[in-house]
Design a protein. Structure first.
Length: 185
């Protein structure tokens, strides 16, 4: 099993640009996406994966809503006292919609690595991520990952490339722990 875990502090630059092939998409990337693309690049070390490689990613509850702070301030200026999702979204720039979608990190990792195999996005559960890996439909390796974008803008991501059987008996199977804990040293 090959693994990688990266953590970037709030003010830390994420040097992912050299490993990004689809640079036009970077405007939609969050810090978690940048860190994830970099982590997979480090994990693979230039070796491409077969396009059919199953890929499962666990995205934590996003504490960082920077993309909505400015929109919320503009929304409050309208004087509307009750929350109206349609009006709120009208103030939000389109790129912020992509940044808040839970599956965007895994989508961009898949695009960068030409992955077309079985995939799933899991809501921050170590156990669910491990069970997804264990039940992958193909023979061969499976790529699993998890990330967490914190309110202070720090980010942590982890990835593993292994055969499904290597996840059997993992101590976090059946636990309620966050998925990123699978990868922490």
């Amino acid at each position: 099993m090959k693994t990688v875990y990266l953590h970037f502090p709030p003010d830390g630059q994420i040097p992912a640009l050299p490993c990004i092939r689809k640079r036009k998409l970077v405007k939609y990337y969050t810090r978690e996406t940048l860190a994830a693309v970099l982590a997979v690049s480090q994990l693979l070390d230039g070796e491409p994966l077969p396009a059919s490689t199953p890929f499962y990613y666990a995205s934590a509850d996003c504490e960082n809503f920077v993309c909505f702070r400015e929109v919320f301030e503009k929304y409050k200026e309208t004087g509307v006292s009750a929350f109206d999702a349609e009006r709120y979204l009208a103030f939000a720039p389109p790129t912020s919609h992509f940044k808040s979608m839970r599956n965007m990190v895994s989508c961009f990792v898949s695009i960068e690595n030409d992955l077309h195999g079985d995939n799933n996005v899991i809501v921050d559960s170590a156990s669910a991520l491990l069970y997804a890996a264990l039940t992958a439909p193909d023979q061969g390796n499976v790529l699993v990952g998890a990330g967490f974008l914190h309110a202070d803008d720090s980010v942590e991501v982890g990835f593993a490339l292994a055969e499904p059987a290597e996840f059997a008996g993992h101590p976090l199977l059946g636990s309620s722990r966050p998925a990123i804990d699978i990868f922490k040293p």
